[in-house]
Design a protein around this ligand. Sequence first.
Ligand code: PLP
Length: 380
Amino acid sequence: MQNIPPERQRKLRTWTHAKQAYALKGFGKSGEEVILLDLASNDYLGLSKHPKLIEAVNQVIALDGVGAGASRLVTGSRPIHQELERDLASWLGQESVLLFPSGFQANLAGVLALADRSTTVIADRLIHHSLLIGVKASGANLKRFAHNDLDDLERHLKLCNNKNNQRKSLVLTESLFSMEGTSPPLQIMARLCEKHGAQLFVDEAHALGILGSDGRGLCHEISEPITLLSGTFGKAFGSGGAFLASSKRMREHLLQTCGAFRYSTALAPPLAAAALAALHLINENKAWGIELQKRANNWRSRLSQAGWLRPPGHGPILPLVIGTDQQALYYQNKLEKEGLLSIAIRPPTVPEGTSRLRLIIRRDLPDGTLERLLNVLEAS
Ligand SMILES: Cc1ncc(COP(=O)(O)O)c(C=O)c1O
């Protein structure tokens, strides 16, 4: 077992929602109760406590109970799964969708469907752990390109073209990187993949509900085909569970061959119901994503005016890169004392020397939150 030095060890803290969904109730260092404004979770649209989601969950529980009781291929399939798959595919402009119990599982399954020992996988240096685990499990040859650097990607693609005894290469990226707040130039990337005959798998976990037209993610705007797209309901959708979106042919292939789908209990029906209610809300409130991005960009400008490096990107993830573990923890504790919760993200999650506060903007944060944050940062 890996030996983790004490300063790198993580502690589990338990939180419940306070009266307002945007605040969390937990316990401080000496066991005292604390209520903190949530600048840390991925509940970007504040949907996890939305009455429509709760109502949908209750209705499905009354009909179907809590758990699915079996894999989708045994007795675990419910009408709510099919309804969610159909509406989601149509919203995304994709031929089909297949649900998974978690995004980690969906990513693992997606990579395994597209890669094997004879594949070269070319992955952005900062892709999510679940995708990397998929590559490891597939036995593929892994190459990494510099974060969002298309010249470096093309260099790798050209090298792959020279090897003719292998399966199509596979490019892996995310449409909104969760620790960086950055997005790749996806349209150009998709063209490059097409030109070099490579498959493209995009993880839209953090973008869905926020980025792209009406919050439909960045793949929705791409003219070239995307081989596979993954998304999770655990973030802007305020629920849990995940999916892979693809052609009908690919869905059928996943259904027939994918162990992570076949041999796992189906997504719990109440979570599927909450995800469907969230999808309908997002579709009815098309401005939510744009409004959140506007607010996030205002935060970026104000932080940079206050002397911080402007956090990159346009979405609701604003990393404030600080440096050492200790410095980042110092700021986390300082914010906590003033009622604000932002988590210090440290290696190995991010590269050495780039420990950071991962600030998350939620749609429902009260006015004045930014000023509170700036006051604490300024006084540090
Ligand atoms: C980029 C990315 N992909 C996939 C996942 C996994 O999703 P889930 O939480 O549904 O397992 C996460 C969640 O942490 C993520 O940040």
